[in-house]
Design a protein around this ligand. Structure first.
Ligand SMILES: CC(C)(COP(=O)(O)OP(=O)(O)OC[C@H]1O[C@@H](n2cnc3c(N)ncnc32)[C@H](O)[C@@H]1OP(=O)(O)O)[C@@H](O)C(=O)NCCC(=O)NCCS
Length: 173
């Protein structure tokens, strides 16, 4: 699989089963979110829900939505896009085992970070799980533990760390 052969595009509802298969390969059962929740998130935030595909095969996905700094989506909670967002909230980024280590995760995240900066959002935020802190630091995020509500973080099994970064000011915004 050549990295350049992989296309990033908005997720379609017909890709739900493939996205759930990637989720199942990437997370333990206690962290997998049900199909109805995942579909509702796609419908709530279609512009910020991406897949990376090799042909028709889904290799990776990213679910995000416009939110507010300090707001955390609990596990299995619906997306509630903010009316006046200041933050791109990255909820779930996952790469199928067969496609790991080819820069796909960085490409997906950078795609939405660039778009959010272009739309004038000032921050990006996420909850790091499964020992991914250093991956997110590579994308400019820093731990911002004090800002996030403990109850939402506590819904994630294992160590969950709220991380944030500033987005560059856009001349277009
Ligand atoms: C985390 C994940 C998305 C990374 O996917 P990937 O395809 O390996 O990432 P990339 O190839 O884009 O890696 C970009 C860089 O991050 C590094 N990196 C990747 N995973 C890392 C990790 N867990 N810890 C530290 N660095 C990591 C890579 O080495 C690469 O660095 P380099 O450019 O200096 O070589 C993938 O491991 C995954 O799907 N994990 C399971 C789901 C998950 O936990 N998602 C995160 C939820 S917060």
């Amino acid at each position: 699989m050549q990295p350049e052969a992989i296309q990033i595009r908005p997720m379609g509802e017909d890709q739900l089963a493939a996205v759930l298969a990637v989720q199942a390969a990437c997370y333990p059962p206690a962290m997998r979110e049900p199909a109805d929740v995942v579909l509702a998130r796609l419908r709530a935030a279609p512009a910020t829900t991406l897949v990376a595909c090799a042909g028709d095969a889904v290799c990776a996905y990213l679910f995000a939505y416009p939110s507010l700094l300090g707001s955390v989506t609990a596990l299995e909670a619906p997306f509630m896009p903010a009316a006046r967002p200041d933050t791109l909230y990255l909820h779930d980024l996952a790469v199928a085992p067969r496609a790991l280590g080819r820069g796909l995760a960085r490409r997906l995240a950078q795609h939405l970070l660039d778009a959010a900066a272009g739309e004038g959002l000032r921050h990006a935020a996420l909850v790091s799980v499964q020992d991914t802190r250093r991956f997110w630091e590579g994308l400019g995020f820093e731990a911002d533990a004090g800002r996030a509500p403990c109850a939402a973080l506590a819904t994630y099994p294992g160590h969950a760390l709220y991380m944030t970064r500033r987005l560059p000011a856009s001349s277009a915004a």
